[in-house]
Design a protein around this ligand. Structure first.
Ligand code: HEC
Length: 364
């Protein structure tokens, strides 16, 4: 259960480059202790001030990252695919067929990846791209997520969502039986991802978190709603929480029908489910864990706290307390600003914003 975002793989990698470049350069300094760029959530009125609130935010994020209950199947956590040095070292059923949707003839769904499968693009002379291509495939080696299903509803007090599985999910199918679906891109490590300005291979998890999806300022958000006089001044307001590419990233997987979700699940349902389940209920947590250790019960699995309690300890009451929500609205209107902002009824929807901010907190 220990995960540090500040350890050495990046340094090793950079060090390796320096070593082979032919230039006599001093190795780059260690990132250990390097200040993590982060937004001032307290100044933005999102998080509560104080060390206890910050600790709760970090604990919330770490618990969510590891909690298998976040997946529709009650088994798939973020960490399922980022378990080993922040990446994935499972070798069975880790192939995606690529953009043609067809597996290479000898390695299909549910096969085991072998050392001899690499490199996928095999050149006769590995550093000469003009050399003869010995073998090639557009299959990808990635991470298995959930079985294909259509979301029906959550089941009160149950980590497993109700869903329809009676779907032919070819090509993720062997002898008439579906297998877990596999992502179309390789899974990078999350270690040191906090230092990436944007995340994902294509950088689409934006530096600015809009409270809703990975796309940053260009994406719409349903968290803050403008209530101005003209149609242009009404509707979702763009918000930007800077230095939060990890939050932008984290709103992807929990609703992805490849990664963690039955197709058609929404954030309200994710929040509603998690708020009614004990945090990490089916999992045993190491009592020496840097953040969660103090919350480990004397015996048995899970934590001695709930997501509700952690959210209330970490976040400004505006985000979870109804009466405060109203006073927030009045306060903004009094300021005379044309784009007085009214938060939509948050309740469990708010968990989306809260969860991802917590989930991606740099110290987690
Ligand atoms: C089914 C496997 C799977 C699950 C579950 C999963 N991820 Fe990932 N993760 C991936 C893959 C694949 C990518 C690369 C996707 C891309 O670049 O398009 C990725 C990329 C990332 C990155 C970007 C790292 C970089 O260097 O760009 C981070 C950070 C990350 N995931 C964190 C998370 C978090 C947090 C969760 C849970 C909310 C999560 N992942 C759930 C497979 C998974």
């Amino acid at each position: 259960m220990k995960l540090s975002f500040k350890i050495f793989p990046t340094v090793l990698f950079l060090g390796g480059l320096a070593g082979t470049s032919g230039f006599a350069q001093a190795p780059p300094a260690s990132l250990k202790g390097f200040p993590v760029p982060e937004p001032d959530l307290v100044a933005m009125g999102i998080a509560k001030p104080g060390a206890a609130a910050k600790l709760a935010l970090q604990q919330l994020g770490k618990a969510l990252y590891w909690d298998m209950q976040a997946g529709s199947d009650g088994r798939t956590a973020c960490a399922s695919c980022h378990f080993h040095a922040g990446a994935d070292h499972r070798d069975k059923n880790q192939r995606n067929p690529g953009h043609d949707g067809v597996f290479s003839e000898h390695e299909g769904a549910n096969s085991t990846v072998k050392t001899s499968d690499f490199p996928l693009h095999h050149l006769a002379v590995k550093d000469d791209r003009h050399s003869h291509v010995v073998s090639d495939t557009n299959d990808r080696v990635s991470s298995q997520g959930v079985f294909r299903s259509d979301f029906l509803d959550i089941v009160a007090g149950n980590a497993v969502d109700s869903a329809n599985f009676a779907i032919d999910d070819t090509p993720f199918r062997v002898a008439g039986v579906n297998v877990r679906r596999v992502e179309p891109r390789n899974t990078p490590t999350v270690i040191n991802a906090v230092f990436n300005r944007d995340n994902f291979w294509d950088g689409r998890a934006d530096f600015c978190f809009n409270g809703s999806n990975p796309r940053g300022p260009s994406g719409t958000t349903n968290i803050i709603k403008m209530v101005g006089q003209t149609p242009r001044q009404q509707g979702p307001a763009p918000i930007c929480i800077p230095f939060s590419s990890l939050a932008s990233q984290a709103v992807g997987p929990p609703l992805s029908a490849f990664e963690m979700s039955a197709a058609g699940r929404n954030w309200r349902k994710v929040g509603e489910k998690l708020l009614h389940l004990p945090a990490l209920a089916p999992q045993r947590v190491d009592p020496t864990d840097s953040l969660l250790g103090p919350l480990v019960p004397a015996s048995g699995p899970g934590l001695t706290t709930t997501y509700r309690a952690l959210i209330q300890a970490a976040f400004d009451p505006d985000y979870w307390d109804d009466p405060q929500e109203h006073s927030f609205r009045r306060q903004r209107k009094r300021s005379g600003n044309w784009h007085a902002r009214e938060r939509e009824p948050v309740h469990v929807d708010g968990v989306q914003l809260l969860a991802v901010l917590g989930a991606c907190h740099p110290e987690v």
